[in-house]
Design a protein around this ligand. Structure first.
Ligand code: HEC
Ligand code: HEC
Ligand code: HEC
Length: 104
């Protein structure tokens, strides 16, 4: 059972998606996987498996409006945090959360 699951996940890992949509009441978030891979010059290890296990499991970013992840520098907030390589949550909700259905 364990082995079969492992093979299944490995087979899935062959294909990296261009975008991944995270559903949120605040407005869905379209994550640009492809752009992010370019931003780290193709280094998959910048995110896998430490930050994201490629498992479709919850990414654990939303707690306390991202403040928990920012405090722990985990999930998206490993980079999206004050002093990180990209913009933090504060004041930038609409850079990630779409408003009224259109990606802004
Ligand atoms: C770097 C991108 C990013 C920014 C900036 C951002 N969010 Fe999010 N937000 C997400 C993602 C991705 C999720 C889904 C996380 C998950 O499933 O764990 C989410 C989820 C949420 C949720 C949970 C919604 C639900 O349906 O449970 C809330 C509330 C939220 N964000 C509020 C905010 C607020 C308020 C701001 C601005 C202060 C903000 N977010 C800025 C990416 C972002
Ligand atoms: C900047 C962060 C980041 C980088 C770099 C990155 N990924 Fe991802 N990747 C994610 C996130 C976030 C997810 C969604 C959460 C999850 O499945 O763990 C994901 C999911 C995946 C998935 C599963 C998709 C699905 O439908 O479940 C595959 C396959 C994947 N990445 C492959 C790659 C490959 C190959 C590379 C290097 C070329 C790479 N990733 C680099 C963030 C990244
Ligand atoms: C390894 C570092 C890293 C991680 C992890 C990461 N990002 Fe980013 N992100 C960046 C960089 C670098 C940029 C480009 C620089 C900028 O625009 O500030 C960026 C840009 C963005 C943008 C604006 C450009 C675009 O692609 O539309 C959004 C939205 C975004 N990230 C959302 C997310 C979400 C959601 C997550 C978690 C699922 C996440 N990021 C995880 C580094 C990261």
């Amino acid at each position: 059972m364990w082995t079969l699951t492992g093979v299944f996940l490995w087979a899935q890992a062959q294909k990296a998606p261009d975008t991944i949509v995270f559903k949120a009441k605040m407005g869905d978030v379209t994550y640009t996987h492809k752009k992010h891979v370019d931003a780290v010059k193709g280094d998959c290890k910048a995110c896998h498996d430490k930050l994201f296990p490629q498992s479709k499991a919850p990414i654990n970013f939303k707690a306390a409006m991202h403040k928990k992840a920012e405090a722990a520098k985990s999930s998206c907030a490993a980079c999206h945090v004050a002093g990180g390589t990209s913009f933090a949550s504060k004041g930038n909700c609409q850079k990630c959360h779409e408003k009224g259905g259109a990606k802004g």
